[in-house]
Write a protein that binds this ligand. Structure first.
Ligand code: ZN
Length: 466
């Protein structure tokens, strides 16, 4: 039979932990246990194995259906300190009510991992948040002290889109609170909350994500790496990232997403360069991130490692490679584009010259034609005046086109259409005022029809043009 603790109700000192007097270490009661185990623990307590870590009083083990298994001071009320911690634990239990079962598992692993490290390194101290600092309003899940630095480790589970905004607020407030209390907050968030614009190499962040993003030594390494790469003013252009400001401050941050499967818990480390500081928050993504076992993430070397040096180096190397590749591609595209433009310009230039040349030829041809036309006209006019001089004095003088028209009508029955042909085809060449020349030719050649007259006139004109 499994007996499960359901939570405490009154402040009479339900201690979960006691000092093991022989091994001189804290003994923590299991969260769930069997009836046999409860009886066994009671026996151990009766033999004075456990004492209060605060007042050193002997403790006994009790069990209640609603309270679960707990330590209690022997005769009287609990001491002040244990009562305070008891109260703190109750508040802590309320604080983590929203979390899922995995929260407890991760917290336990986190505590074990760091406790193991603390055994080998006296600089490290670790405790559950509510026990280390029972006076706090909000507790970190785990409190860790490394030399002079205090860390507040928290695990956030049960993240979903419905509560994200509210949760973001809560997390931001806690983050600030831990800082005010002299602790450096470190957050692990269950479930991937990443929202990425891949083609822009950007990550869109919740307020909380931006607030809780950590700044570790590895982030500072990235800072200096970026400082050198960003000397290239086109840096963000290569990644197609629309940077929000010209003079961006190089400030790399990291985020730790927790995944769990049946076998183990892993942390995905994702780094980004802080950029847009108004909602919606956007940051420049630094690689695809990588996963490491949870135990590796919480290794302490002066501070929490929160990375794997080999994978990190690989990640940085890949980023630099990508940068170089993109830089090359960008410059290559630019070069091809410029070449294309140059070729187009050359083509246009050649075409332009051809057009100019053709226009010049056309112009020359026109001038030539006009000259020839003028020459022809001049010759015709000369011929016309010669014809006038040689004309038979007996021939009736024709003073106007009208009289020519009526004479031709009389002689050869000139029709309206023949008259039009004479006016539009021959008169412009012979001269509108030279109707007498036409008449002279008609008489001289003894024309019998308009057809004959046309032949005479054509011959007259073509003779002059040659
Ligand atoms: Zn006590």
């Amino acid at each position: 039979m499994i007996l499960k603790k359901k939570g405490n109700n009154r402040g009479e000192g339900f201690l979960r932990e006691a000092l093991h007097v022989i091994d001189n270490e804290l003994y923590r009661l299991p969260y769930s246990t069997t009836k046999e185990e409860v009886n066994n623990l009671k026996k151990l307590a009766d033999k004075a194995l456990f004492q209060c870590p605060h007042c050193n009083a002997k403790l006994i083990v009790k069990y209640g259906d609603t309270k679960g298994i707990y330590f209690s001071h022997r005769h009287s009320e609990a001491c002040e300190e244990s009562k305070k911690i008891d109260q703190a634990e109750k508040r802590y239990i309320r604080q983590i009510e929203r979390e899922t079962k995995i929260h407890h598992t991760i917290q336990a692993i986190l505590h074990d991992e760091i406790s193991n490290q603390a055994k080998k390194n006296t600089m490290i101290k670790v405790e559950f948040g509510y026990r280390a600092k029972p006076d706090l309003k909000i507790f970190p899940d785990i409190w860790v002290k490394v030399a002079d630095r205090e860390f507040a480790l928290s695990i956030i589970t049960n993240v979903n889109s419905l509560i994200d905004n509210k949760l973001s607020n809560t997390i931001s407030k806690r983050h600030q609170y831990f800082l005010e209390q002299g602790m450096e907050p470190i957050w692990f968030i269950e479930k991937k909350e990443q929202a990425i614009e891949k083609e822009k190499n950007s990550i869109i962040l919740w307020d909380a994500e931006l607030t809780i993003a950590a700044k570790t030594n590895k982030d500072r390494e990235w800072d200096s790496l970026l400082a050198s790469l960003m000397k290239d003013k086109m840096f963000f252009k290569y990644f197609n990232y629309p940077v929000s400001t010209e003079n961006i401050t190089i400030d790399v941050r990291s985020m730790y997403y927790i995944y769990s499967n049946e076998e183990r818990i892993v942390v995905k480390i994702q780094r980004f360069l802080k950029d847009r500081l108004v909602k919606p928050y956007r940051a420049f993504l630094l690689g695809e991130g990588y996963e490491i076992p949870f135990a590796d993430a919480v290794l302490i070397k002066n501070e929490f490692l929160l990375s794997n040096p080999t994978l990190e180096a690989h990640c940085q190397d890949e980023f630099v490679q990508e940068f170089k590749q993109l830089q090359f591609e960008f410059k290559e595209r630019l070069r091809i584009e410029q070449e294309r433009k140059l070729q187009e310009e050359e083509k246009r230039e050649i075409l332009m010259q051809q057009i100019l040349k053709q226009e010049e030829i056309k112009k020359q041809q026109l001038i030539q034609q006009r000259l020839e036309q003028e020459e022809r006209h001049r010759k015709i006019l000369k011929q016309v005046s010669e014809q006038k001089l040689n004309s038979n004095p007996e021939t009736t003088r024709v003073s106007s086109y009208d009289s020519l028209k009526s004479l031709l009508k009389e002689r050869i029955g000139l029709t309206q259409s023949q008259q039009m042909e004479l006016w539009t085809t021959f008169m412009p060449v012979i001269g509108y005022k030279n109707s007498d020349v036409v008449w002279g030719l008609f008489v001289k050649n003894d024309c019998k029809s308009f057809g004959e007259l046309k032949i005479v006139l054509q011959n007259f004109i073509s003779k002059q043009s040659k």
